[in-house]
Design a protein around this ligand. Structure first.
Ligand code: DAH
Length: 369
């Protein structure tokens, strides 16, 4: 419509006739009740109540009507639009209710269903034992030291005063990483961590060093090719063997109970001088089974003592190899097997139980964290 419609001719504006407007309302209402989803209703709203809907277009025609006709037609179109709008709103509400009911039904959780029980794993007793050992030494002011499992042969043997012809170096005991002359081994003991600690740390040194070690043993009840040791090392001025003995006694009591002491038996290790085998008093019979066949002790085999590890005063040759003046500094060192400790401490009779990863074994130690 390009100009004012001065002579009102209903034919020209047939979109505004009562019939036409009723038709638009009917069509809109049919589409509204046919809309089965909120998305469909949105389309219907655009088509029948949007800016370009027949009723909106009709509404625009009103401005061009002669004033006499405006009121009546305006009322008709206005009412029609109100009817459509409220039909849309009603449908919107009922579709939303339907959707909410469906979502509630589909997404409801049956809290009475039996739960899927996740088995809570237990930490491996070797791990908790290592942590316990570390705690004992950290409480005495020691640091925890670490070293690589793939180690230089020099650090694993030479620096520890293990001579080149020592039988432990042969292929029988040691895993060489590529060939026997590669100079690189899987560490056979945690003692190389002593060397690294002395090379890297300022004096004085007090470290405890747990770790995995490797030897070419077959897996059986008392051997495993991969096992764990813990090493202790103290280097300071005026360190004596009495310090070693006192430290080991304290360690033994922390692990096995009050009053349990240790015993040193003269022995030989290349990296200590003097060296000793370290025994711990049997914490089950406390020696009462010795010479007493009526009361045998399974833990110590009625010996009264249990072999626990090795120890000694750090050999001056080792101190010299890492550039420490043996005239000024002395040290003590000790080392023991963690698996062996777990065996007699907790009555584990077969080492294979420790490596097989059967949860029933681990669980027996509880869920200690
Ligand atoms: N490294 C030795 C071994 O595997 C154990 C040992 C003995 C460690 C004496 C020490 C020590 O620190 O002083 O058999």
């Amino acid at each position: 419509m390009s100009g004012p419609n001065t002579s009102f001719d209903p034919k020209q504006v047939s979109v505004l006739s009562a019939n036409a407007v009723d038709g638009m309302v009917r069509e809109a209402c049919e589409a509204i009740s046919a809309a089965a989803t909120l998305a469909a209703l949105k389309e219907v709203r655009i088509a029948h109540a949007g800016d370009r809907s027949p009723l909106a277009l009709a509404n625009r025609e009103i401005g061009a009507l002669p004033p006499a006709a405006k009121a009546e037609v305006g009322k008709r179109v206005g009412e029609a639009r109100t009817v459509v709008k409220s039909a849309l709103d009603d449908r919107q509400v009922s579709l939303e209710v339907e959707r909410d009911e469906r979502v509630l039904a589909e997404e409801s959780v049956d809290v009475t269903l039996p739960a899927v029980r996740e088995a809570v794993g237990g930490r491996h007793p070797l791990t908790t034992l290592i942590e316990r050992v570390c705690d004992v030494f950290v409480a005495m002011g020691y640091d925890i030291a670490e070293g690589p499992e793939v180690e230089a042969e020099w650090v694993n043997f030479d620096a520890l005063n293990v001579p080149p012809d020592h039988p432990a170096r042969t292929m029988q005991d040691t895993f060489y990483v590529t060939s026997a002359d590669s100079g690189v081994v899987l560490r056979t003991q945690t003692s190389p961590i002593q060397i690294r600690a002395m090379l890297e740390r300022p004096l004085p040194i007090y470290v405890v060093a747990p770790g995995r070690v490797f030897r070419t043993d077959e897996l059986d009840a008392t051997h495993t090719p991969v096992f764990h040791q813990v090493e202790g090392l103290a280097v300071d001025e005026n360190i004596t063997m009495a310090d070693l003995k006192g430290t080991l006694d304290h360690f033994a009591q922390a692990m096995f109970g009050e009053g349990i002491v240790t015993r040193l038996r003269p022995s030989y290790f290349p990296f200590t001088e003097p060296s000793a085998e370290l025994d711990v008093q049997c914490f089950v019979c406390r020696g009462t089974s010795v010479g007493n066949p009526d009361q045998p002790c399974r833990t110590c085999g009625s010996e009264g003592w249990i072999e626990w590890g090795g120890c000694g005063m750090v050999n001056p040759r080792v101190l010299r190899a890492v550039g420490i003046d043996p005239m000024r500094y002395r040290g003590f060192a000790f080392g023991m097997g963690i698996e062996r400790t777990l065996m007699f401490r907790n009555g584990v009779t077969d080492m294979r139980d420790m490596v097989e990863g059967d949860i029933r074994f681990t669980r027996a130690f509880g869920l200690e964290s």
